[in-house]
Write a protein that binds this ligand. Structure first.
Ligand code: SAM
Length: 286
């Protein structure tokens, strides 16, 4: 109920395209047309989207530098019965984008919050990368400073799920190189670039292979990137790991992994990667 005892407005969290304008859903367009106000990360950018879809709803800026003040104002408008949509520059608001403070405050105030789902670079990349997708860890942006970035990667080294990272074009090569060093060059990974756009490329390879590919082709350093890295081989691979450790004392890694897989029924690739990692870390194998 609003301040005057009337009905309160609804906050819609509306996803917008990450490149291809045709990815705007019919419901997103209808919502942006029907609300009284759009809170946009960049009103000029969202203005272009609105012009394309003949949406003439008034807009206010809502970004990381004004979100405290704007949240209070937007809550007042919601309480007064107006419907508000929050959008970011691209994709789903709150996913490495502004919106959390507003949604959280709206929930605290027991206002209705309705998602209007659509594009999200992380989910788009995961859906086409061919890495395990039943569980995943969304990391978003790593720290920009090299030391902090490597420390965070070290904390993530044993994460068992596929990891999803966003990265800025300025740091893509440095970040991939750090991933290679810290997570291991032989880990499977994928680089999803310019999703939904003209020059979309999705490449799956080892981290080492991706580093080389990006170094060799300057095109691959341009645009927007999502990096996906497979999770750590579980150190607790039970019987497979026990047999692997014994065989690694006598045999080359690939043969040990193959035999351990045959004996125990564990996945050969998993055991192979586990053996490589142990060899690199100096805790067994040859
Ligand atoms: N909220 C957005 C979402 O739902 O995906 C993410 C916004 S975040 C500020 C921007 C980052 O998302 C980029 O630096 C890049 O890592 C990733 N990204 C956004 N659009 C992309 C695209 N078309 N292709 C690849 N990565 C993209």
């Amino acid at each position: 109920m609003g301040d005057a005892g009337g009905k309160t407005g609804t906050l819609y969290v509306v996803a917008t395209p990450i490149g291809n304008l045709d990815d705007m859903t019919g419901r997103s367009v209808a919502t942006l047309r029907s609300v009284q106000l759009i809170a946009a990360e960049d009103t000029r950018l969202t203005g272009r989207l609105c012009a394309h879809y003949a949406i003439d709803t008034p807009m206010v800026p809502y970004h990381e530098h004004n979100e405290v003040r704007q949240t209070a104002m937007l809550l007042d408008r919601l309480r007064a019965g107006e419907d508000v949509a929050v959008v970011s520059d691209a994709g789903t608001p709150l996913i490495s984008d502004p919106g959390f403070r507003l949604v959280s405050a709206a929930r605290d105030a027991r206002l209705d919050v309705v998602p209007v789902p659509g594009p999200c670079a992380a989910v788009a990349a995961l859906s086409a990368a061919g890495l395990a997708s039943h569980r995943f860890h969304f990391e978003g942006f790593l720290p920009a400073k090299p030391g902090a970035r490597r420390r965070r990667l070290e904390q993530l080294r044993e994460t068992p799920e596929t990891m999803i990272f966003y990265e800025s074009v300025h740091r893509i090569q440095d970040t991939l190189a750090d991933m290679c060093d810290v997570l291991g060059a032989e880990r499977q990974a994928a680089l999803a670039r310019e999703l939904t756009k003209l020059h979309e490329t999705i490449r799956r390879d080892t981290l080492g292979g991706i580093v080389q590919w990006v170094a060799a082709d300057p095109w691959q350093r341009k645009g927007e990137h999502v990096i996906l890295v497979e999770g750590a081989a579980e150190s607790d691979d039970g019987e497979g790991e026990r047999v692997l450790d014994i065989l690694c004392e006598q045999l080359p890694v690939s043969q040990a992994a193959e035999l351990a897989a045959k004996i125990t029924g564990a996945a050969r690739n998993r055991l192979y990667r586990l053996a490589l990692r142990k060899t690199r870390n100096g805790d067994g194998g040859n």
